[in-house]
Design a binder for this molecule. Structure first.
Ligand SMILES: CC(C)(COP(=O)(O)OP(=O)(O)OC[C@H]1O[C@@H](n2cnc3c(N)ncnc32)[C@H](O)[C@@H]1OP(=O)(O)O)[C@@H](O)C(=O)NCCC(=O)NCCS
Length: 220
């Protein structure tokens, strides 16, 4: 079977980490004989680590708008930390008829029962998702993040490294969970809210705030 062509949107540090995920998937697939992912390049508006991405043997292809010049079978993933930016690019790419794909690092553990990953979601090394969990479009689960039973993560949610999302928790669209933060069971974080690094969400948080500390409270 032929390789699946794929372009990475975002050419910064996380773009390179997502390329690591692609390489790890290909290593695992080489062992089983499954079709490889062929990373055809990186696209980015603004900052791009051109030298660092190209030393991986993958070309930097220029601005994100260049997606539409690539052959129609080239899928894309969005390796940009901002959920709002992912939403904008996803809405544009869908209007252009472009298809995304999900990426799951082989060391991640996904439960076998009713774990649904939305289109474009990226699950990094050592992340764990248990059972009956729903992830929306272009959700990022970064290194060693855990998501417990029956949790719901909306579209464009960003879960940074070592975050714990407990059972029945709800993260609405575009929530960002800072590194090492936690949400206890059943709590809800409102849309576009950012939870600071190391914070503990023990009460529901409203939409559109930045909350820090233990327990997490909105700044200002
Ligand atoms: C919460 C956060 C978004 C706030 O950023 P910001 O809006 O630029 O806020 P500031 O840095 O101006 O800090 C405002 C106040 O909050 C405090 N603060 C910031 N982050 C905090 C945190 N995580 N925990 C506790 N207090 C924090 C600051 O000390 C400051 O307090 P002060 O006014 O008494 O000095 C940011 O600090 C953070 O934690 N981001 C998560 C980043 C992350 O996880 N990255 C992972 C990449 S892989």
């Amino acid at each position: 079977m032929s390789a699946t062509p794929l372009v990475v949107i975002g050419a910064g540090g996380f773009g390179r980490e997502v390329h690591d995920v692609i390489e790890a998937i290909n290593d695992a697939r080489a062992a089983t004989g499954d079709p490889q992912l062929e990373c055809v390049g990186f696209l980015a508006d603004g900052h791009a680590d051109v030298e660092l991405v190209e030393e991986r043997g993958v070309p930097f292809l220029g601005a994100v708008a260049g997606l539409t010049s690539l052959p129609a079978d080239v899928r894309h993933v969005i390796a940009i930390g901002s959920g709002a930016a992912r939403r904008r690019i996803d809405e544009w790419a869908r209007a252009e008829g472009r298809e995304t794909t999900t990426l799951v690092h082989p060391s991640a553990v996904l439960g076998r029962h009713r774990v649904a990953l939305g289109p474009g979601s990226i699950v990094c090394a050592s992340a764990v998702v248990t059972t009956n969990v729903r992830l929306g479009r272009h959700v990022h689960l970064n290194l060693a993040a855990t998501v417990g039973h029956d949790a719901v993560l909306g579209d464009y949610v960003t879960v940074n490294p070592n975050v714990s999302v407990s059972g029945n928790a709800v993260l609405e669209d575009e929530v960002t969970m800072g590194t090492g933060s936690t949400v206890i069971e059943g709590r809800r974080v409102g849309a576009r809210t950012t939870v600071g690094a190391g914070a503990a969400v023990v009460r529901d948080l409203p939409a559109g705030v930045t909350a820090v500390g233990v327990p997490a409270r909105p700044l200002g």
